[in-house]
Design a protein around this ligand. Sequence first.
Ligand code: NAD
Ligand code: UGA
Length: 447
Amino acid sequence: MEIKNICCIGAGYVGGPTMAVIALKCPHINVYVVDANPEKIKAWNGPLEKLPVFEPGLAEVVGEVRGRNLFFSNDIAGNIEKAEMIFMAVNTPTKTKGEGAGMAADLSFIEACAKDIAKYSKDDKIVIEKSTLPVRTAEKIKEILEENNSNIHFEILSNPEFLAEGTAIQDLFKSDRVLIGGDETESGQNAVQALVDIYANWIPKEKILTTNVWSSELAKLASNAMLAQRISSINSLSALCEKTGANIDELSKAIGMDHRIGSHFLKASVGFGGSCFQKDILNLVYLCKYYGLEEVAEYWHQVVKINDYQKDRFAQKIIDHFGGDLSGKTIGILGWAFKANTNDSRESPAIKVCELLVSYGASLSIYDPMVQNQTIIKDIECFWNIEQSISNNKIDILDNFKDHNNYDAIVILTEWEEFKFIDFNESKIIFDGRNINQNNSTISIGK
Ligand code: NAD
Ligand code: UGA
């Protein structure tokens, strides 16, 4: 099948950057990105310096292709109808109610997409799971599509996304692998080939891996679980380093030099954040339990438990330093994003650590170079269990971080490059959750 028009449903951190890169690398294809949120579409069509997603290099790519063969639109129906290939890149958060609440993935957004695709399609479509989904979701999607439109043929592929925020554009340009899962039928394999042909415009063929649908769906959850497991492993050892005088950075280096282990994802930290690691592992735990694999479920659950422990442990270090009471103390918080080079604060360790500090009486002055003030306020309102009236008077959000001598302590929670160069007064107490500050008086993880 010749692909001339692609529609992507979901203009978020995945839909926006992935479609911008497909449009850049495939000038012969028109790419239409739609979203249920008109404000987001407006922002994607607005000034390049205010796109809804901040990613190094993204504004340049969007600037080149927007209006050429990349279009952000509110017309979900019209763009589904005209596309031969439709990507579903909507959010799949952890369920908050119903069966599996707190563990399973909430598939309501993906189901709504499938219903729209069935409703507005008038000819055969290739439907692609770009969102991260539990293994065997394609079965459910097929059911919805066929139930709501039995006149045409839908071929479902799994094509999970492996980009990391902060390096999304580079990751998309030079993917370690592109994974495409499809049915082993003739039409399934034709659909796989159509998608292979798109990626082959810039990804070397040997890096495009084709599998069956279930392997592809599960490989995404498993990849995130393995990455997060390394962080929890090193973070668990950071606690032992602090008791024994071993140094976690030296330990990471020594372990990572074994080529069988490798050096990536061994940096001890205040814990991993981001919208995906925790939700994907919990989803994996839920799946294991569903299939009766209690021991396997418990093994992976421990990765999330250690992550919670690490965030609590780091906050407790600060609280203990001040004798268990932070009343009257003002603490400068450097970083709210879950990692550097993104404006995303979903599941950021900063949210939990700061909540604990305030619950022990601290006042906070928070600075992040990219996360908007209203996002920080929303995070506090949504995720803190402290009474609003208490937290309101205790939080100041800063537009820059200049007067660092005004604070009783400074806490670094995101590894932004600019924090490495702040010239802290030697006598200032710095708690470094990211091990980036070299100041002698710094209190770091695992040292
Ligand atoms: P996001 O919240 O940034 O974006 C999702 C978008 O989908 C939102 O703008 C929302 O308005 C829109 N949407 C939801 N339901 C819709 C519907 N029925 N019709 C139209 N639009 C709808 O989410 P994200 O971070 O881009 O993640 C999307 C998926 O990709 C998730 O499954 C996630 O696990 C996966 N993923 C994310 C990343 C990442 O770095 N963020 C990386 C790899 C995979
Ligand atoms: C992660 C994966 O790396 C991507 O491959 C995947 O596509 C994505 O999740 C997803 O499915 O959403 P992301 O969460 O954007 O990407 O960023 P990472 O670089 O993986 O960092 C996640 C968290 O782990 C951050 O809080 C980071 O600071 C922390 N981290 C990372 C550490 O604490 N130590 C490390 O060594 C590496």
